[in-house]
Design a protein around this ligand. Structure first.
Ligand code: SAH
Ligand code: SF4
Ligand code: F3S
Length: 450
């Protein structure tokens, strides 16, 4: 009988990418993907970015543990950032956990899973943050047939003082362009029409090459792959962002006019303590350049409130900054101390209650801004790639505009994977609502666009 596995994916898009590659390898080995309640093994791809992210995984490990104690199944493989962060403790504390694999050793997992099922515990942690045993496969078996992620650089060397990523994902290394282009070509052959290039800081792509090949070169090369209709990328870093990226965005029609440029704080004093390497003024200059060159662009950002030492005045600067910047969307979070990072031991930690209060205030302000932005789109016709069912019910579909806004649309299965012209009829701060005016089959679109 075929062995069965389930995937339980947390955290960022890099984990989605790793999840899809693991799916691909295991499916090719003859394993069957099922629901976690039937699986022999559950592979948890985990995140450590905030305490809450880890707590979620720990509570799931506990829940699986109760089932494991009565049935002897499923065993758990804990992979990714939290596996690296908690290491052998996970094996010691939880008998249901049989494998702990850091993000840079994910390539070891497929070969050891059968042993793991026979209760042979293994740990592959990233002791040398430069070493890498990757999965040598494109994500051909995906959670979404039309869209795929591709990691273009591993790790991060920026060491923002609040962030655990450099400790759990290891040192920065760019993947070779030929490898990335080959992978995207394979993805297109397998039905992908939209690809998102991933890195913790895509703007430092290529800095470890000696031939001058940079992120803008890669963006152009990827966007010229025949059959691919949309190219996205994330995350940009204001410290390393350069105008050549804007030029490629403006000149290559397949590159979506959407950019996530995390600002993190509106106070220069706090940005300095965060070790972000830019000022609010420099950030605003970049945004102005982008908006001038790509007027239809949607700019989103990330923001942390309650960083150690954030005084009321710093917080006010952040609110003023949000009003000025008019972002389309902001991913906000209360600062969460991460063991081993410099900020966790900085003086003047902000009390939890105060962080919550500030978070509620920024969310209310930004929700209003996002809503106004979205309301202004009512009556417009936007291009939407329909890529799945809406969270509620199968009579509603969802897709994204080139600017990465989620649109909910009544429709049926036939529309999946199609590019549609959609009339925007309503909006909330999170979603647009619309009706399909016309649709193009992906093969039609190819004829028109190529
Ligand atoms: N590399 C990207 C983001 C990676 S983490 C960048 O440089 O922006 C995603 C987001 O999580 C960050 O932008 C930050 O806003 C948030 N984050 C990271 N560490 C955090 C912490 N300790 N507490 C709260 N939010 C955090
Ligand atoms: Fe974390 Fe900063 Fe690296 Fe982003 S750039 S992953 S916030 S250390
Ligand atoms: Fe989380 Fe690791 Fe991504 S900490 S956000 S899964 S890089």
């Amino acid at each position: 009988m075929a062995l069965s596995f389930a995937m339980d994916i947390y955290g960022c898009q890099m984990n989605q990418y790793d999840g899809d590659r693991l799916r691909t390898v295991l499916t090719q080995k003859g394993w069957l993907e099922t629901d976690p309640s039937y699986a022999d093994i559950v592979i948890m791809i985990t995140c450590s970015i905030r305490e809450k992210a880890e707590q979620k995984v720990l509570s799931e490990i506990g829940r699986y543990g109760r089932i494991y104690r009565t049935k002897g199944r499923p065993v758990l493989a804990v992979v990714g950032c939290m596996a690296q962060n908690m290491g052998l403790d996970l094996l010691r504390k939880f008998p249901q956990v049989k494998a702990v694999v850091g993000p840079r050793h994910i390539g070891r997992l497929p070969d050891v899973l059968e042993g793991v099922l026979n209760h042979k515990a293994v740990a592959y942690l990233d002791e040398d943050p430069r070493e890498m045993v990757d999965l040598e496969v494109a994500p051909l078996v995906r959670s979404n047939p039309f869209k795929a992620f591709v990691t273009i650089a591993h790790g991060c060397d920026n060491f923002c003082t609040y962030c655990i990523v450099p400790y759990v994902r290891g040192r920065f290394v760019s993947r070779h362009p030929s490898e990335i282009l080959k992978e995207v070509n394979e993805l297109v052959e397998s039905g992908v029409i939209e690809v998102t290039l991933l890195g913790q800081n895509v703007d430092s792509y290529g800095k470890d090459f000696d031939n001058g090949y940079r992120f803008s070169n890669l963006l152009r090369d990827v966007s010229r792959i025949p059959g691919l209709l949309r190219v996205r990328f994330t995350t940009s870093h204001p410290k390393d962002f350069t105008d050549d990226v804007i030029e490629v965005m403006a000149s290559e029609p397949k590159i979506c006019p959407a950019i996530n440029l995390p600002i993190q704080s509106g106070s220069n004093r706090i940005l300095k303590k965060m070790n972000r390497g830019y000022t609010v003024e420099h950030y605003e200059e970049i945004v102005n350049h982008i908006r001038e060159a790509v007027p239809e662009v949607a700019i989103t950002s990330d923001l942390i409130v309650g960083f150690p030492g954030e005084a009321e005045d710093d917080f006010k600067d952040t609110l003023e900054m949000l009003k000025r910047m008019q972002f389309d969307l902001v991913h906000t979070a209360a600062y969460s101390p991460r063991n081993g990072t410099p900020a966790a031991v900085m003086p003047d930690q902000v009390p939890e209650e105060e962080k919550k209060r500030r978070l509620a205030i920024v969310n209310e302000l930004q929700d209003g801004i996002s809503l106004q932005k979205n309301l202004s789109l009512i009556g417009n016709v936007v291009e939407v790639l329909i890529d799945g069912y809406a969270p509620k019910g199968k009579s509603m579909l969802q897709g994204r505009t080139p600017t990465d806004k989620v649109v909910l649309i009544p429709g049926d299965e036939d529309m999946l994977g199609k590019l549609c012209q959609v009339h925007v009829t309503n909006a909330s701060h999170w979603y647009l609502y619309g009706e399909i005016i016309s649709s193009k089959d992906f093969s039609d679109v190819l004829e028109v666009k190529l």
